[in-house]
Design a protein. Sequence first.
Lengths: 200, 169
Amino acid sequence: MKRLLLIMFVMVSTITIALSQGYNIGDKAADFRLKNVDGKMVSMADYHDAKGFVVIFSCNHCPYVIAYEDRMIDLHNKYAPKGFPVIAINPNDPAAQPQDSYEKMIERAAEKKFPFVYLFDEGQKVYPVYGATRTPHVYLLSKRGGDLIVEYIGTIDDNYKDVSEVKEKFLETAIDELLAGKKVSVTETKAIGCTIKVKK
Amino acid sequence: MKIKFIKFFLIMFSSMFFYISCSSPVTVNDKKLIVPVVDFEGFKPSLTKENDTTYVINFWATWCAPCIKEIPYFEKLTADYANEKLSVILVNLDFPNHYDSRLIPFINDNNIKSKVIMLDDPNSNYWINEVDPTWTGAIPATLIYNSSKREFYEKEFTYGELKGIIDNF
């Protein structure tokens, strides 16, 4: 009996650990206060008119991010006016990946003329809360009452290397569904990406 | 089932042959170095081999710094377990247009002895789960399996860790 209880305890704690590793669909997302490339601190609470947010864990160095940068710009230009601005966050530790320093973020944002904010997760406090594991890694949030609800987690579309070959625009479909007052049909997708760099 | 399997292999082999015969071979040190390029359907049989060999399948790319750091450990496995039933497959995920400019030079410069294939299949949302449902898509990632056991690791290894896993597999 004791043994059974112990086994049950181990099982329950394993499940708890598994669940605590970041957000699942339907969870309430935490706001943050991070420094943008223009030097100003940004929180989601600052966006009074937003209906939600496209939070993308991103960086400077990752080839998969670079492949998606133009699509991130297009997404922001298309959906920010409809209430879903892009918020890009660099979660990497520059001590582990020097190309992802705050200074280099400013350079990259200027080069690409990012229309969206590009925030630095200094001290790497935000990405573990969300459960991001790679760049790019998208979290689509919607405002419901006073809360920010996680509606979609995953990738932007199904073809990183060729926009013209994209068959499914997972993220756009999810935003369109939210804008139409529907439930998101495909809530989670996966893609290859760069690991989030942590100094050892 | 059997016919389906044979058909599948025929397609896989013919596509590999097609690739080899159509692509201009890269000549390095006077020998032709070819890394097969496969889509997920072509790669899939490598994930489910039923024999007495243990397979170590590492997903990597030349642009991935932690991957490059651990490649020597997989190479050491290939060398140290040369007389045992262990097969290391390095599954490259570079962009296909970097085949000549990055992948081949990397293999040549580092004198890679393990088997290398390039997996070129952009619909990773589909195939990541087929490799392992727990994989979030970050690399490096490694699948180790044999006919009785299967473990997936989304992490960077040291040689000691790898050897410990293999010796107890």
